[in-house]
Ligand binder design. Structure first.
Ligand code: F42
Length: 328
């Protein structure tokens, strides 16, 4: 399966055009990111639902801190109804810096995610939700119930950390892993499998999504250039364990973070090495990208998601992925 990620930092109707193109080019899923400073994720999904027929549409990812879970259940339930059962809910713990700016306290993300999935499934089934005992340590409901049944919306967790990956395997229907290199998936899938075995499930009934940074173009240099800034941000934000997995010195990542803080984008083009690009993105010509996609699929990735930047020209890139990768 192939998915595509869009950040609603562009007008919604433009994303609708790209999404229809993605559907026509064989993509099975579209994922829309959720950050308060961009356009609203559910308004975007509603428009996408009305402009498409087959593609599954999901939050990629929303979080349980900025929206009460009853509201999330109602919102994604509306999208499920509107789209004829094509909604998917991607849920993640979110990002601390964003919550600080919003004045929202970020407590116990792992426990929060476990409780959230359990409560959402109750709302989806049309149940009255009453928190009892330890189950309601962070998420409390005193008899909330939706007046319509959202249906059985699949839940995917956004996860990178070892415990979050394990939790995804245990309680979710799929996982969205922000990574692009086989080494990261070798690690991640082992963790997911621990959770799956706890729940008595197998990898075959679970969707492992590679939320990649993707940059494709017939011209390899153009594809590389377009990937560079995105990779700089990933390098700057990666934990040391991930950097050392790819032999990237912490000092180089720190230098990149400093350039980003200063807005020295010219410097970044020099500082981002081929090793960094190779570790944190799928980039190059259709043949280069296909080779990496195949490696990821062999390891157990079941959905390749083309994420930012997708390519120097989004329309051309969607068509290239359709023709040279999905059709292959
Ligand atoms: N974040 C957004 O805000 N918006 C998006 O649109 C978005 C998209 C997205 C897509 C894919 C994806 O993989 C991630 C995405 N994210 C997005 C980021 C996402 O929301 C998370 O920030 C990201 O997945 C990082 O999660 P993580 O798996 O690294 O989990 C963190 C919280 C972590 O530290 N995990 C640890 C681990 O080992 O997995 C667990 C920490 C732990 O054990 N905490 C305990 C607990 O109960 O939470 C105890 C802590 C205590 O203080 O007691």
């Amino acid at each position: 399966m192939y998915g595509i990620e869009f950040v609603p930092n562009e007008p919604v109707l433009k994303l609708a055009h790209y999404t229809k193109l993605a559907e026509d080019n064989g993509f099975s899923n579209v994922w829309i990111t959720d950050h308060y400073n961009n356009r609203d994720v559910y308004s975007t999904l509603a428009v996408l639902a009305m402009c498409t027929n087959r593609i599954k549409i999901g939050t990629g990812v929303t979080n349980p801190y900025t929206r009460n879970l009853a509201i999330t259940a109602s919102s994604i339930g509306s999208i499920n109804e509107l789209s004829g059962g094509r909604a998917v809910l991607g849920l993640g713990p979110g990002d601390k810096a964003t919550f600080d700016a919003m004045g929202i306290e970020w407590t116990k993300p792992l426990s929060m995610m476990r409780e959230s999935v359990s409560v959402l499934r109750e709302f989806f089934a049309g149940k009255k939700v009453v928190s009892e005992g330890e189950q309601g340590e962070l998420v409390r409901f005193n008899g909330a119930k939706l007046a319509f049944k959202p249906g059985n919306v699949p839940i995917y967790l956004g996860a990178q950390g070892p415990k979050m990956l394990e939790l995804a395997g245990e309680v979710a229907d799929g996982v969205l892993i922000n990574a692009s290199h086989p080494k990261d998936f070798e690690f991640a899938i082992k963790q997911v499998e621990k959770g799956l075995s706890k729940a008595g499930k197998s990898l075959e009934e679970f969707d492992v999504g590679a939320y990649t940074s993707f940059s494709i173009d017939k011209n390899a240099d153009k594809a590389k250039k377009e990937a560079t800034i995105v990779v700089a941000f990933i390098v700057a934000g990666s934990p040391e364990t991930v950097l050392s997995r790819h032999n990237i010195p912490k000092s180089e990542a720190d230098a990149i973070a400093e350039m980003i803080a200063k807005g020295d984008f010219g410097g970044l083009m020099e500082a981002v090495s081929d090793d960094m690009l190779n570790a944190f993105s799928v980039y190059g010509t259709p043949e280069d990208c296909l080779a990496r996609v195949k490696e990821l699929q062999e390891i157990g990735v079941s959905q390749i998601i083309a994420g930012s930047p997708i390519g120097p020209n989004k329309e051309k890139s969607i068509k290239l992925i359709g023709k040279h990768i999905i059709n292959a």
